[in-house]
Structure formats: structure tokens, C-alpha cells
Design a protein around this ligand. Structure first.
Ligand code: KIV
Ligand code: ZN
Length: 515
């Protein structure tokens, strides 16, 4: 008998984006989705279309342009969610609707206030409605791992009868232990014979650190789809890490007797890209993709590895696409070296972008003795994620800031708003606060600055400043802006203006004024 095929379902752009601190723009989600397709994941859960206009647009654009994987959207078990989800995923060659309703006693009674029969009824109706739009329908009994086993089987039976082609069993709160979770899958397959004709999936959270082990225990007991996120990001402690699940299945093929479609050489690049775009760092000792994952420190290990790699290495860095950070950039570096470095980091700039990045790197190299890898990444991100000319409703034209001991920091700013010049001044607790207030004095009160984050890319007083901001509109939609510059005040102003432009692109109106 041949190996069984395990479907890899990536939810980095949905559950992963729910990670505290991670919020991606549509453009960033598209870049990640394209790389997930290169990696070879079978399904991309691109978002939760009803959640916001931005989520809807991201799922729709990914469905329109990313080929290869099925493109899936999430929907609660109600008509409005399912209809909206279909509106977004229908552009894909392989659309999927994933609908869910909670089934555990605590969720049923405390959150939904529904009886068991009502849950079965809602699940049935939801799957039928999704099925009226597309063949590929996934159903999840949320908090399945804490649901009474027989009730979970009853809900699953009803969902299959209604047309679900994949049943996903989530450990929503990361409560299970591996044996227990594996047995739950076995019980389901024994008690619901029709479950053998569809895909049984698992979706494990990592609250107790068991997400990968639980997913693998489920595979051993008959699950044929695993859901997870790159770098293990996700709600709270995250989801099962895709790279860990995949490398377990491949490295221990003798044990799991399973195959996956993943091009493992793309794993490292995908991990780096996600970290570069979300700003969520990868822990150094993280399995598979951490900086130390293939570093041998102890003398005895080094000696062994030099004698034979098999002594301490169960997989090679090349297997996961880790080539080392060999490229050093200086003022004589050309665009090929810069493109190669960016390729290692998962970025694929086009010709025009690489010319702009190279020019900016050379400019920086002229001013600083050395240009670090992180400088190049930050410059590339800044240029590649710049809004198109048509989307720049607000442009920064000029600014001045005065600050010092014994005086109130003061800024004046000149913006071009919808092709009209606007000037205003502002004071603040510091120079960044002052320029921010000057900008708001022009833009008005349509938005609120929710978050401001400043990072020096590399050491030294001449380091590039990397500013990321978040602002909200009147409806609570969040927009982010990120900018890099040697001048921290300029980076801050540009970051805020990027966020404002994104909010305007989204349909928000502003009423600019001179003050
Ligand atoms: O963790 C969970 O239960 C989920 C569901 C929507 C599948 O993310
Ligand atoms: Zn989840």
C-alpha cells in the first residue's frame, strides 16, 4: 500500500493574522500568499471576509490572482457570513468555504445560549447554504477537543449529510494531550463510518505547547489534513507550525508513511518573509527555521558533524532552503548581489524596484561605513510596499521641527492633499508628537492614532529608523503604515501618511484644513 497523502492547509493569513501584534496590509497578504503557493501548500485560508472590508478585499484579491492552492474563506454558521465569504472566494479556480459553529458545553451555554439540537440545525443549514455556492465545503465544530465525543460525532454526521467535504476538528484552546487527541480522531472515524469518505482535518492551538504533537497524533489516527501557520503564529500561543509538521512527516516518513506536496526548500524563505512583513521575530532556537536550528556549538558535536553529518544532523539546512547568510553588501555591491540577498529573505522585487533599492542602498553605504542585511531588507520593504502614485492622496512635501531644552517642540508641515497644498503647525511632548499633531491638524479627526512603534534597524546614531503605526477610522477599522528613513522624524511622518492613504484608499473621506 502506498503512503497516504496529507493535505497542508495554511491559515497564516487568517488565524495567523489574529496573532497579537501581527496585522498585514492587502499588499503584504498578496506577497505572502504567492510565496505560500510557491511553497506548495494545498489550501490557503486567506481571511474572514465578513470581519472587515480589508479582510474581504484581501481574500478576493488572493482568490483572483494566486494560482495553485485552493483559496478558502472563513464564515460563521449564518447566511450573511457565508454569502459574503462566497463573494470573496468565488474568483478562485478552486474556492472553498469554511464554516464553523461552537459545540462544547461551555461555548454552547455561555457564548451561544443554544441547545444541542439548535447547534445541529445551524450547522446543517450553514453547510447546505455553502454547498449551494461551491462543492468544496469545510465544517468545524469549534472547541471540538472539549466537546462531548458523542455529540461531536452527531454534529459531524449532520454536516457530512448536508454536504461537507472536509470536517475539521479544532483544539481551539490548545487543551488536548497528544494521545487523547489522537483517540478523539480514531473514535470519530470508528463511530461515523461516512467520515472515511471525506477529509478529516485537525487544527491545533499551542497553549500547552502541544499543537504539533497533537496534529501528528491525529495523522497517526487517520486525519488527512493538517491546519497550521508558518512560524507557528496565530491566536494567543499560536497554531501548529507548518514547517514543523511538514518536516516531521518528511524526516520520519518511515514512521508516518505519509506524503506532502510541500517544496521544503522554500520553507526558510517563507518563514523569513513572514517575519519580515509581520515584524514578529523568530525565536533563535525555533525548530526548523530558527537561526540556531542547524548551529552546532559544543565541541563534541562539531567534531561529530565534521566526521559525518549523520552524527548530529537529522536533516540538512539545505533541505529547508537555508543557504547561510553569505552575501555582504557595501557601496560597490550591484543589483545582482542585492537581489540575491533579498531572494534569501523571500522578497522578489521587480526590475524597477531593484533599481530603486540599489540606489537607496548605495546612498546609505556612502553615508555609513557598512550596510547591514537588515538595512537592505528594510529599504526593500519600504520601496516594495510603497503605495502606487494613484493611491497617494496625501503627500509629504516639507516639514520643519524645532526642539531643545526649555522650549516646547514645535513642527510645521506642508502636505499636498488631493493636489491642494495644506500647511499647519503643531506642538507636542517631543518632536515626533509635534509633527504628528501638525499632520492631524490638517487631516482632521477622521482617524485616531492607535499605535506608534519605532525600531532602530542596526546599531549606531546613524541607524535607519523603522517606524510602524496603526490608526483607526470611525468604524474601528485598523490601518497600518510603515516607513524607513535615516531621519526618525521623516520616517514617522511618512509612516503616519502611509496609514492615512491606506484608510482613504479604503473609502474613508477626509476634510482637510489649514491651521
Ligand atoms: O481555533 C479554532 O477553532 C478556529 C476555527 C475557526 C477553526 O480557528
Ligand atoms: Zn484557530
Amino acid at each position: 500500500m502506498g503512503n497516504k497523502k496529507i493535505i497542508i492547509f495554511d491559515t497564516t493569513l487568517r488565524d495567523g493574522e489574529q496573532s497579537p501584534g501581527a496585522s498585514l496590509t492587502i499588499q503584504e497578504k498578496l506577497i505572502i500568499a504567492r510565496q505560500l503557493a510557491n511553497l506548495g501548500v494545498d489550501v490557503i485560508e486567506a481571511g474572514f471576509p465578513i470581519a472587515s472590508k480589508g479582510d474581504f478585499e484581501a481574500v478576493k484579491q488572493i482568490a483572483m490572482s494566486v494560482k495553485g492552492p485552493s483559496i478558502c474563506g472563513l464564515a460563521r454558521a449564518c447566511d450573511l457570513d457565508i454569502d459574503r465569504c462566497w463573494e470573496a472566494v468565488k474568483y478562485s479556480d478552486k474556492p472553498r468555504i469554511h464554516t464553523f459553529i461552537a459545540t462544547s458545553k461551555v461555548h454552547r451555554e455561555e457564548k451561544l445560549h443554544k441547545k444541542k439540537e439548535e447547534i445541529i440545525d445551524l450547522a446543517t443549514k450553514a453547510v447546505k447554504r455553502a454547498k449551494s455556492y461551491c462543492d468544496d465545503v469545510e465544517f468545524s465544530p469549534e472547541d471540538a477537543a472539549r466537546t462531548n465525543l458523542d455529540f461531536m460525532c452527531d454534529v459531524v454526521k449532520a454536516a457530512i449529510r448536508a454536504g461537507a467535504t472536509t470536517i475539521n476538528i479544532p483544539d481551539t484552546v490548545g487543551y488536548s494531550e497528544p494521545d487523547e487527541f489522537g483517540n478523539r480522531i480514531k473514535y470519530l472515524l470508528d463511530k461515523v463510518p461516512e467520515a472515511k469518505n471525506i477529509v478529516i482535518s485537525v487544527h491545533c492551538h499551542n497553549d500547552l505547547g502541544n499543537a504539533v504533537a497533537n496534529s501528528l497524533a491525529a495523522v497517526q489516527n487517520g486525519a488527512t489534513q493538517v491546519e497550521g501557520c508558518i512560524n507557528g503564529i496565530g491566536e494567543r500561543a499560536g497554531n501548529a507550525s507548518i514547517e514543523e509538521v511538514v518536516m516531521n512527516l518528511i524526516t520520519r516518513k518511515d514512521y508516518f508513511k505519509a506524503d506532502v506536496n510541500i517544496k521544503t526548500q522554500e520553507l526558510y524563505k517563507t518563514s523569513k518573509l513572514l517575519s519580515n512583513l509581520t515584524g514578529l521575530d523568530i525565536q533563535r532556537n525555533k525548530a526548523i527555521v530558527g537561526a540556531n536550528a542547524f548551529a552546532h556549538e559544543a565541541g563534541i558535536h562539531q567534531h561529530g558533524v565534521l566526521a559525518s553529518k549523520n552524527t548530529y544532523e537529522i536533516m540538512t539546512p539545505e533541505d529547508v532552503g537555508w543557504k547561510g547568510e553569505n552575501i555582504v553588501i557595501g557601496k560597490h555591491s550591484g543589483k545582482h548581489a542585492i537581489a540575491a540577498l533579498l531572494e534569501e529573505e523571500g522578497f522578489k522585487p521587480d526590475k524597477d524596484q531593484i533599481n530603486q533599492i540599489t540606489a537607496k542602498v548605495k546612498e546609505l553605504a556612502d553615508k555609513q561605513k557598512s550596510v547591514e542585511r537588515d538595512d537592505v531588507i528594510a529599504i526593500a520593504r519600504d520601496i516594495m510596499l510603497e503605495l502606487s502614485e494613484g493611491d497617494q492622496f496625501v503627500k509629504l512635501e516639507e516639514f520643519t521641527v524645532t526642539t531643545g531644552i526649555g522650549m516646547m517642540p514645535t513642527a510645521s508641515v506642508k502636505l499636498i492633499v488631493n493636489e491642494e497644498m495644506k500647511i499647519a503647525a503643531g506642538i507636542g511632548d517631543g518632536p515626533i508628537d509635534a509633527i504628528s499633531n501638525a499632520i492631524w491638524n490638517i487631516i482632521g479627526s477622521s482617524f485616531k492614532l492607535e499605535d506608534y512603534h519605532l525600531k532602530a534597524i542596526t546599531g549606531g546614531t546613524n541607524a535607519l529608523a523603522d517606524v510602524s503605526i496603526k490608526l483607526s477610522d470611525m468604524n474601528g477599522n485598523l490601518f497600518s503604515g510603515r516607513a524607513v528613513d535615516e531621519d526618525v522624524i521623516k520616517a514617522s511622518a511618512r509612516g503616519i501618511i502611509k496609514g492615512i492613504n491606506r484608510a482613504i484608499c479604503f473609502g474613508n473621506k477626509i476634510h482637510p484644513q489649514n491651521k
